[in-house]
Structures are given as C-alpha cells and as structure tokens.
Design a protein around this ligand. Structure first.
Ligand code: C2E
Ligand code: CA
Ligand code: CA
Ligand code: CA
Length: 278
C-alpha cells in the first residue's frame, strides 16, 4: 500500500506487479533485439475492389529466443515508454527501404508500402531528415513509400503534424490516417491534414453488414473521405460479405485476413508476380 500524500491510497495488486515485471523484462530484452537480429517485418497485402494487390502494410515482429514471439500490441507500447521506439523505427525504415529496393530490382514493387510510425516518433521532428537520408540512395522509391500515423498522434500537435506531413508530401511520401474512427475523431482536424488516405478502423468493419449503425458510419466515412479528396482503406476485412458491402459503398481499398495475412516478403512477391504487371 502506498500513501501518496493526500487521502488517496493506491493498492498494488499482484496483477499490477506481474504486469510491471513483464514490462521490465520486455524492456530489458528489447534493448538487444536489433543487434541480436530478433526483429523482422511481415507485409500484409492491400487490395482494390477487384481483389488486385496494390499496396502493402509492413508490420513488425519480434521473436525472442526465450520469450517466443511477442505481439506488437504488447511491445510497441513498451518501446514507446522506454524510448527504444527511436532505434526501432530507424531499423524499420532502413529494413523496409532495403526490401523495397530489392522488390524494385525483381519487378514486384507494390504501388505503395506503408510503414507504421508511432506518435512519439512522428512528432520528434527528425523523421523527414532520416527519410531524406535513406531515400537519397533510392530516389525512385519515394513515390512508393507511405506512412501510417494515428489520428491521435496528428492531433496532439496539429502544427507539427501539418508541417511534417507537408514535408513528407514534398518528398513524394504519402501519409495515411490509421485507425480512423477509434479515439475521438474530428472532421475539422482531418481536413487540415495533408494526407492522402484514411484507414477505417477494424472496429467499424467487424460487424458490417449486419449492424445498420456501423453500415451508416462506414458509408459516411467513405463519403466524407471522398469529399475531402482522400482514398479509403478498410481494415480487418475477414469475410466476403464485408468485402461486398465495402465495394457497394465505394470503399477504394481493403485489407484483412480475407485477402491475406501479414506474410514474409517472398510470399508477397509471389502474390504480385502471380497477378502479373498492372
Ligand atoms: P495497426 O497498424 O492497426 O495494424 C493492423 C493490425 O491488424 C495488425 O496487427 C494486423 O496483423 C491486424 N489485422 C490485419 N487484418 C486483420 C483481420 O482481418 N482481422 C484481425 N483480427 N486483425 C487483422 P499486428 O501486426 O499485431 O499489429 C498491431 C499494432 O502494432 C498495429 O496496429 C500497429 O499499431 C502496431 N505496429 C505494428 N508494426 C509496427 C511498427 O513497425 N511500428 C509501430 N510504431 N507500430 C507498429
Ligand atoms: Ca497501421
Ligand atoms: Ca490500423
Ligand atoms: Ca490499430
């Protein structure tokens, strides 16, 4: 029991202690993850209304020899808290650009490869510089790179967000608002941001077309995005019914287990090779 001065008393439950221990353990091991080659990227296809693979999202994986695979849902927050997100994001950027360069040589480079950038990293300011440096050696890749940032991150410091997104756009890098609709969403913010894509959160997709309210929300999000000149991507599409509904409301792109799970780069290349040149 901890007395924090006033009359509030905090109890630390065994669950809280266990969670804290786990976070400490993860932080400790995550510190060495890069040098020990424990990180890798998988790529999930993003398809158009005809089911054709257009882009891909890079998703980070961490497998520790003793802990086994740890989900990004668990280790990304730990990385953000500890500051390890900085070298990790750097690794993601360099690895993805290297992969894209290889895909380009093989003639299987998707239109866009989207990388996730956490809010902290996005608002730091040296992101543009780092990307300029990385892409200096691969100028042709600029128009194939995309970054996903959450609405919350962009809204936290709107001025910095607008400036950074503008700089990225000048480089040819496209930005997408990730998880749109989760958190509090404000249309007035979204229309101020120089982004090209809106990714509709899986939470809204999960029970379409059976839930009339969600149907209306998804339809409205697509209509609004199009009104602002943005392309829409639906996340977490798992069934043909969801796909049909999304196509019927004019959603431009879709992503989810129905079309393909996050996969090794070779598997994505095979998919792209299989569908031939576009
Ligand atoms: P996110 O950016 O919203 O990524 C989409 C998540 O949904 C991924 O989980 C993906 O595997 C999962 N997903 C895709 N299709 C389906 C589906 O049809 N059904 C279901 N149930 N899930 C689907 P994942 O890979 O576990 O990543 C979780 C989160 O971790 C990501 O959410 C993102 O916020 C974060 N993350 C992943 N990689 C990175 C990274 O390189 N950097 C940063 N900063 N964050 C990352
Ligand atoms: Ca994402
Ligand atoms: Ca998302
Ligand atoms: Ca998410």
């Amino acid at each position: 029991v901890q007395h924090n001065g006033g009359n509030a008393v905090c109890f630390y439950t065994p669950e809280m202690a266990a969670a804290a221990t786990r976070r400490m353990l993860l932080t400790m091991h995550l510190t060495h993850a890069i040098e020990r080659n424990e990180l890798h990227l998988v790529y999930q296809p993003i398809v158009d209304r005809h089911g054709r693979v257009r882009s891909a999202e890079a998703l980070l994986r961490w497998s520790h020899h003793a802990l086994g695979p740890v989900s990004p849902g668990e280790f990304i927050p730990v990385a953000e808290e500890s500051g390890l997100i900085v070298p990790i994001t750097d690794w993601v950027l360099a690895t993805a650009v290297g992969q894209m360069s290889q895909w380009e040589d093989e003639g299987v480079l998707p239109d866009r490869v989207f990388l996730n950038i956490s809010g902290q990293q996005f608002l730091r300011g040296n992101l543009t510089l780092r990307l300029e440096e990385l892409l200096g050696r691969h100028p042709s890749l600029r128009s194939h790179l995309g970054l996903e940032i959450t609405e919350q991150a962009a809204v936290r410091d709107l001025k910095v967000a607008v400036r950074t997104l503008g700089e990225l756009a000048d480089l040819g890098i496209q930005a997408a608002i990730d998880d749109f609709g989760s958190g509090y969403s404000s249309l007035s913010y979204v229309q101020q941001l120089p982004v090209a894509k809106l990714k509709i959160d899986r939470a809204f997709i999960i029970d379409v077309p059976d839930n009339p309210k969600n149907n209306a929300l998804v339809r409205a999000a697509v209509g609004m995005a199009h009104g602002l000149g943005l392309t829409t991507v639906a996340e977490g599409v798992e069934t043909a019914e969801q796909r049909d509904f999304l196509v019927s409301v004019g959603c431009d792109l879709m992503q989810g287990y129905f079309f393909g799970r996050p996969m090794a780069p070779e598997a994505l290349a095979d998919l792209l090779r299989g569908q031939g040149a576009s």
